[in-house]
Design a protein around this ligand. Structure first.
Ligand code: TYM
Length: 333
């Protein structure tokens, strides 16, 4: 398995939340022991939607601190912010000239984010998936651990890699595999079980932030939307109860147990008891992460050093790949 290389990224926009943690970061922590991993704070993706520069600056450090506090080890992995490594933008341009407009038109996340006023969305938001493909391919990464919402972007990255290889008659880019872990691949909003938990949701009650204290976590879970019935007797009974399925999925993920197991334990019980137990569990897992994040945020010198050194290591891998791409394309260097 020595040729496997893992790449994944996270946007520094708003708060890191339970969805980011369960869908992505905690899986990275598990993978780092067995694989070479590169984890990136994708600041160039963040500006596809206008950002306040001072807030963006702070968010880059905060997201890096969140990753480290969650257990991503900067000694074992490469951890950096994207804009330090020019290869991402350079390869993205070449890939812009490979990907087809029709492929991008199918991207559901662009449709969701651009909303009704599509003409006013930035061009960057539209070609965002090409930059994401460049992030992965500039390291020739083979595996990409992400939440379920990134699946379509990963399929596009594979199509782009294949189209590049076939246009130039080379076997240059490996086709990256998405790694989507079964439990908590899509954590839903605490206010609406049909909507994804998201940094951009206007209601802070819809998500648990990694920076929330124990009282906030307990309160948000207590107020989480449910229904008047007791807890289900079987996983089958949760099909029409998205909010309940979400809370049980969160419980299972946080305790590293099977969903069926959790359903059996709480079958027929009331929500007050279940939510109390869930709050205790969430505080026990997330509390130490929040505390460590606060400590790291007070020490930006350390986080900045991690990102700087990570950037140098990332650049050493990525720059030669872009040089080779330029040769393949026919540029005179
Ligand atoms: P982003 O910043 O929206 O989310 C970071 C990671 O968290 C996962 N995630 C979730 N998982 C489960 N439930 C949720 N509610 C939830 N919300 C977010 C995401 O799936 C993701 O794994 N385009 C990417 C960032 C990116 C990237 C890349 C990822 C840029 N380049 C290259 C992988 C490889 C994004 O916006 O993630």
């Amino acid at each position: 398995m020595s040729n496997n290389l893992i790449f994944s990224g996270i946007q520094p926009t708003g708060n890191l939340h339970l969805g980011n943690y369960l869908g992505a970061i905690r899986n990275w922590v598990k993978l780092q022991n067995d694989f070479e991993c590169i984890f990136c704070v994708v600041d160039m993706h963040a500006i596809t939607i206008p950002q306040d520069p001072a807030v963006l600056h702070a968010s880059i450090r905060e997201v890096a601190a969140g990753m480290i506090a969650s257990g991503v080890d900067p000694q074992k992995n490469i951890l950096f912010n994207q804009s330090r490594v020019p290869a991402h933008a350079e390869l993205a341009w070449v890939l812009n000239c490979i990907a087809r407009i029709g492929w991008l038109n199918r991207m559901t996340q662009f449709k969701d984010k651009a909303g009704k006023n599509r003409d006013n969305a930035t061009v960057g938001l539209y070609v965002y998936p090409n930059l994401m493909a460049a992030d992965i391919l500039t390291y020739k990464a083979t595996h990409v651990p992400v939440g379920d919402d990134q699946k379509q972007h990963l399929e596009l990255a594979r199509d782009i890699a294949q189209a590049f290889n076939s246009q130039f008659g080379v076997d240059f880019f490996p086709l990256p595999e998405p790694q989507i872990f079964a439990t908590a691949a899509r954590v839903m909003s605490l206010r609406d079980g049909t909507k994804k938990m998201s940094k951009s949701d206007a209601s802070d009650q819809s998500r648990i932030n990694l920076t929330d204290g124990p009282d906030e976590i307990a309160q948000k879970l207590k107020r989480a939307k449910t229904d008047p019935l007791p807890l289900p007797e079987s996983a089958e009974d949760m099909k029409e109860r998205p909010e309940v399925a979400n809370l049980i999925g969160i419980y299972a993920a946080l305790s590293d147990r099977e969903i069926g197991d959790v359903v059996t334990e709480f079958a027929g019980k009331g929500f007050a008891e279940f939510k109390g137990r869930l709050a205790d569990l969430a505080v026990s897992v997330l509390g130490p992460i929040g505390t460590e994040m606060q400590r790291l945020t007070k020490d930006p010198g350390y986080v900045d050093q991690v990102l700087r050194e990570g950037g140098e290591k990332a650049n050493a891998i990525a720059a030669p790949v872009v040089d080779q791409v330029h040769d393949i394309v026919g540029f005179l260097r």
